[in-house]
Structure formats: structure tokens, C-alpha cells
Design a binder for this molecule. Structure first.
Ligand code: P6P
Length: 338
């Protein structure tokens, strides 16, 4: 018999609620709404220069980075899609200094949504894959849904996912029971399940890092990379390959698909910044996805999901992907600290 037709995201989520009891109606609605918003973002990204949305918006985000027009548009799409559904207590985004409360005219729900609406902005104008990253937490019952409510360790996430806007648009999702990929069927406008229970190989010969920062790295970081570059002539006794898209979503999707290690280490370029990537809406959701797929994710010393956030936009060093490599480079950092 021909392969059964892939099921839609809607059916998958309904079965997770009805048959598995894994999610409730509000979380099902939340994921559906985020997926619909990602479809709209995919359409805007896909228009490129024809959509009049390339280039800078003329504003800076809380990180002091110039916002692209598509950053601002993607953020607005996610806010508008989510604020009326009654499933959220508040939203937070890389593009907004403070959390966005649900307007009084709408009912509030039990969940918090925190996201990077369009990750990889530096690639937007040169037609390289970008993506949306999102994380779902429960709002603590006893406090107002302001910044403090979001400051929960990554282990408290109830769901995480990303959409990668590449040659195809793929939504990757975990509800805490494995990682599943849904490819957008553009004719139907429907996300269809194309990969279930994705697994990251524990071993890899492929690493992803921005090598131009080498002179700023700490000694254990340089030791690890120098061993990879020595290849079969050094202690690793095999050659390695390197990729760096400079879009976390694209690099992580490749690692989720065929293995690898992604690294954005702390560097001495700016000792006040422990790394470039943000904990709440880049590192935590990606760490949940990677661990659910059998990989590992640390900040070079600690498991990322165990880190207790102190600020909504705090940064963290990120080592994630194939377990053996993440454990090795983390060991080098821990040994250097003793
Ligand atoms: P660099 C994109 O701006 C981003 O936040 C991640 O998606 C990506 O992995 C990283 O920064 C790229 O940083 O320093 O190589 O431009």
C-alpha cells in the first residue's frame, strides 16, 4: 500500500490532546496559532524584494541591534495572532524591551509565549534561511504576568519549537515527548507531519562556529577547536567539516537532521557578555528540542535547561548538538575551571 498521507499539524495536536492527554485545549490552540503566524511570516519572507520588506526599519531593539523591517513585521504578526485567543497571560520577544500584556478586552490564559520572531536577521537581505524560535511556559498563578513571571529555568518549558524559512518551510516542535517536523504544503496552506521522533546522532564530524572570533576565545575553547582542525593528524584521529550559516535556526535544523555541534562561546571581545545568544528565546527552546532528540546542550559548564534566568534578555554561551561532542567540550571547560 502506498505510504499513508501525512497527517496535518491540526490532527497531530488533536491526537496529542484526545488520545495522549499530553496537552490541553489551550496549548493546542496556542501551537496552532503560532503555526498560522509562522505561515504568514513565511509568505512575507518569501516575497523578498517584491514585498517591500527588506532592509532596516530605522529602529534598534533592546540589544541595540538595528531592526530589519521583517523583524518588526514578524513580531507584529505573532502579537496580533496571539493576543485575542484567551490562551496566554503575556508574550515576550527579542524585539520588545518588556513583556506584552494581553489587552484588557481579551481573556487571559495560563501560558506565556516568548519568542525570537525572526532569527538570523543579518541573512534576510541576502536570501539565506531565517527562522522563528518560540518557547512556552506556564504563568505562575501567584504573580502578575510581567518580566518576573518569565524568569523560569528551561526545564519549566511545556513546549518549544522553531520554523525555518528555507527552500521549504518546516515547523519543528516538541511537547516534551520527542521532536516532530511539519512541512508547509503551500497549495493547501497546511503543515503536514514529515518527520516523527527526530534523533541527533551521538557522534559527529561536523562543527558550526564563527571562526573569526578565535582570538577572543577562552583556552578550553581554543583547545577543542584546534583538535578538530588537526583532524586525523591530531588526537581526534579523524577529519572534521565546518558549517556556519549565521542563522541559528538553519544551523540547528541541519544538526537535528544529520548531527553536528553548534557553538557560540563566551568570548573576551566583550567580557560583560557571556555569549551572543539569548537564553529565554534562543538557547532554552533549542536546548529543549535538542535534548528531546537525544542531544545535549550546555553553556560550557552547566546544562542550559538548568540555568535560572535573572533577566528576560540575558545572554548565554551555547554548545549544543551531538551528545559526545558537547560532553567533550564541556569537560574541557570544567577541567579548565578546576
Ligand atoms: P555571528 C543571528 O543574528 C544570531 O542571533 C544567530 O541566529 C546566529 O547563530 C548568530 O547570531 C550569528 O552570529 O556573530 O556569526 O553573526
Amino acid at each position: 500500500m502506498a505510504d499513508a498521507k501525512p497527517i496535518s499539524l491540526t490532527r497531530f495536536l488533536l491526537e496529542q490532546q484526545r488520545d495522549q492527554g499530553r496537552i490541553n485545549a489551550d496549548l493546542r490552540l496556542l501551537i496552532e496559532v503560532v503555526a498560522r503566524a509562522c505561515k504568514r511570516i513565511s509568505i512575507a519572507v518569501g516575497k523578498g524584494a517584491l514585498g517591500g520588506v527588506l532592509g532596516n526599519a530605522g529602529t534598534d531593539n533592546v540589544q541595540g541591534e538595528a531592526q530589519k523591517k521583517l523583524d518588526v513585521l514578524s513580531n507584529e504578526i505573532l502579537l496580533e495572532a496571539n493576543e485575542w485567543g484567551g490562551h496566554l497571560a503575556a508574550l515576550a520577544s527579542e524585539e520588545m524591551d518588556d513583556p506584552h500584556p494581553i489587552p484588557h478586552r481579551y481573556p487571559k490564559g495560563e501560558y506565556l509565549l516568548v519568542f525570537d520572531p525572526l532569527d538570523g536577521s543579518s541573512n534576510i537581505d541576502v536570501n539565506i534561511s531565517v527562522g522563528t524560535i518560540f518557547s512556552v511556559l506556564r504563568c505562575p498563578a501567584d504573580i502578575e504576568p510581567g518580566e518576573q513571571a518569565f524568569l523560569q529555568a528551561g526545564t519549566r518549558q511545556v513546549a518549544a519549537g522553531y520554523a525555518v524559512y528555507g527552500s521549504s518551510t518546516v515547523l519543528v516542535l516538541t511537547l516534551g515527548d520527542g521532536v516532530h517536523a511539519f512541512t508547509l504544503d503551500r497549495e493547501q496552506g497546511t503543515f503536514l507531519l514529515t518527520q516523527s521522533d527526530m534523533r541527533i546522532p551521538e557522534q559527529t564530524s561536523e562543527f558550526a562556529i564563527n571562526m573569526s572570533n578565535l582570538r577572543h576565545w577562552e583556552p578550553p575553547m581554543r583547545q577543542y577547536i584546534e583538535e578538530l582542525l588537526a583532524g586525523r593528524t591530531g588526537v581526534r584521529e579523524r577529519d572534521f567539516n565546518m558549517r556556519w550559516v549565521a542563522s541559528m535556526v538553519a544551523d540547528v535544523h541541519r544538526i537535528l537532521t544529520r548531527g553536528g555541534i553548534f557553538i557560540y562561546p563566551r568570548d573576551m571581545k566583550d567580557p560583560d557578555k557571556p555569549g551572543k545568544l539569548r537564553l529565554m528565546y534562543e538557547a532554552n527552546p533549542m536546548a529543549m528540542i535538542v535534548e528531546q532528540a537525544g542531544g545535549a546542550a550546555t553553556d560550557g559548564r552547566l546544562r542550559i535547561l538548568d540555568i535560572q534566568p535573572e533577566k528576560l534578555h540575558e545572554r548565554v554561551a551555547v554548545f549544543l548538538g551531538s551528545k559526545d561532542e558537547v560532553e567533550r567540550v564541556t569537560r574541557y571547560h570544567r577541567e579548565a575551571a578546576t
